[in-house]
Each structure stands twice: as C-alpha cells, then as structure tokens.
Design a protein around this ligand. Structure first.
Ligand code: NAP
Length: 289
C-alpha cells in the first residue's frame, strides 16, 4: 500500500458505476513496484455531475483520470483539446489535466493493437476483418484497424442503425472500405469465412450463459479470433475458435495495454505490463489462479 502524504500525486478513474473496475488494482500494482509517490483512485461520478467533477479535478491538482461507462463520449464536449484518435473515435478514455486545462485521449485503439502484437499476430494489412458490435469499444477497434491499412472492415450489430452511423462517420476518414451487414445474414457468414480477423466488441460473452451471437460454421482455422470481453479468460467464442484451430486473443491484453499507455502519459514512466497483467488476473479470475 502506497504511503500517502501531501506529496502524493493522484490519478484515477471515473464511471457510473465504478466499483466493479479492476483498474485500481492494475495501476496501483505498477505504482507500488516502481515505488512511485502516486495513487490511483476510483471516483463515482454520475452523468449530471461530469462537468463539476472535471472542474473539481482541476482544482485539486489531480494529474489524470481514465474514463469508463457512461462518460466516454459525453466527456468530449467538456475537453479543451483532444488527440486525433479520441476525435476520430468520438470518445475519450484518458484525461490529462495540465495548467487548468483538460486534454482527452483514447488509448483503447493502441491498446487493442499492442495486445495483438504482443501475441505475435500481425494486423492483416490489405486484408479483411469482421467486427461484431457498434458501441464505444467497436469505435476504437474500427479506427485502430482502419488506420492500420486493412482493405475491408465488415461491421454487424444487433441495432443496425448504430452500425450504419459508425460507417457513415468513419468511412470518410480512411481508405479502408467499411460495410455493414445484418447479424443473421448470409453476407455475414461469407464475410466471416473470408476474414483474416474476427473481433467481438459486443458485451456478449460477459456471462458464461451467454448464447453465441453468430453462427460459427463458416469460421475458417485461418481466421484470428479476437475477443475484447475480459470477464473470463476463455469466453464461449474463444473456446469454439480454439477448437476449430484458430489463433485466439483474449480481452485482458487490450485492458492491460490501454492502461499502460495511460500510465505512461500521466507519469512519464513505462510501467511493467506483466505486473499489471498479474494484478488484473488476480482481481478478475481469483478462482482460476
Ligand atoms: N478489453 C478491453 O480493454 C475493453 C475495452 C473496452 C470495452 N471492453 C468490453 O467490450 C464490451 C463492450 O463495451 P462497450 O464500451 O462497447 O459497450 P457499449 O458501448 O454499451 O456497446 C455494447 C455493444 O454490445 C452489443 N450488445 C449488448 N448486448 C447484446 C446482446 N444481448 N446481443 C447482441 N448485441 C449486444 C450492443 O449492441 P446494440 O447496439 O444493439 O445495443 C453494442 O454493440 C464490454 O464487455 C466491455 O467490458 C473491453
């Protein structure tokens, strides 16, 4: 436990709810290992109080905060400035306070790519990906892939207008073709069959009892399956993909890397990602360890 004094600098996370977040364990483990005089604190901030909370952080010299549901998009209108990625994604997951101003960034896209690289899997430049979902995380994943030079991204979401909106916003910003298909369509099966990468960004898989969102009959062993849900080490989607012989990537790597990038932006020191991963696994999967 960090020894707190008047010199201790504060970083943290805002959300509603925020009690479930495991980011405090992950960041505080990295802080403790480096013997830094910092502490990472969860702050419960309700939607109607976001602006006041940001003003409060400025006044209290808080260094920076992560942003989680439901504030990632809403916070954009309060920022003094934002990174290119946050602007493209339309959401910030990391805020930095400096000289009375607040700067917004989004480390989810980089975290997604770094976790893939860590597994030794290349982004399929010139190839194709299928992205399931069109929520906040999907926006970061589609931006990450579009900026990496894919030829085609196919998006399928339960609420189709949200996928269409995502396509409309992002298509003009990149050379990657983006198409939207119905979740239950044969076009989706064909897109999955020929995809180099299939990414689940929906919250389906958070519970062991969740039904699979799609028919995986057309999934080829040559497709890499990336699951960003991290509530269990192997979701039903990942299990089936592994049994079919696909390379698989779980969600914990993205969570670790988006956090590590934010840590470095606030503190100026590269944290030990292995320490962060172990702290997260202990917090998320106590029974499996
Ligand atoms: N690994 C990481 O670092 C990381 C980072 C961010 C998020 N995540 C995880 O990614 C997941 C999504 O987060 P988010 O921020 O994108 O949430 P969000 O903005 O609320 O989006 C949720 C998405 O899931 C879909 N969905 C939810 N329930 C569904 C169901 N029963 N059937 C079909 N589709 C369903 C939604 O479809 P509709 O549009 O039809 O509602 C939407 O596309 C969560 O599990 C979150 O923990 C992981």
């Amino acid at each position: 436990m960090t020894k707190i004094s008047g010199h201790t600098k504060i970083v943290g996370i805002i959300g509603d709810p925020v009690q479930h977040s495991r980011s405090p364990q992950m960041h505080n483990a990295a802080i403790a290992e480096r013997k830094l005089d910092y502490i990472y604190v969860p702050f419960h901030v309700r939607s109607g109080e976001l602006r006041e909370a940001i003003e409060g952080f400025k006044a209290l010299n808080v260094l920076g905060v992560n942003v989680t549901i439901p504030h990632k998009r809403a916070v954009m209108s309060i920022l003094d400035d934002a990174s290119r990625e946050a602007t493209l994604i339309g959401a910030a997951n990391t805020l930095i306070f400096c000289d009375g101003k607040v700067y917004g960034d989004n480390t989810d896209a980089q975290g997604f790519l770094q976790a893939m690289a860590e597994e030794g899997i290349d982004v399929p430049v010139g190839g194709s990906a299928v992205v399931l979902g069109a929520g906040g995380a999907a926006r970061a994943v589609v931006v990450a892939l579009a900026l990496s030079g894919l030829n085609l991204i196919t998006i399928a979401n339960r609420t189709e207008w949200k996928a269409n909106q995502l396509e409309k916003e992002l298509a003009p910003t990149s050379e990657t073709a983006i198409s939207v298909v119905d979740l239950a369509s044969s076009q989706l099966n064909a897109a999955i069959h020929s995809a180099d990468l299939l990414v689940n960004t929906t919250s389906v898989g958070m519970k062991d009892t969740d039904q699979l969102l799609i028919d995986l009959d057309s999934l080829s062993p040559d497709t890499t399956v990336y699951e960003i849900v991290y509530t269990s080490p192997e979701t039903p989607l990942l299990r089936i993909a592994r049994e079919k012989g696909c390379q698989t990537i779980g969600g914990i790597g993205m969570l670790v890397h988006q956090g590590a990038i934010a840590f470095e932006k606030w503190i100026g020191i590269v944290p030990n990602v292995e320490t962060m991963r172990i702290a997260l696994e202990q917090a998320l999967y106590p029974k499996e360890l």
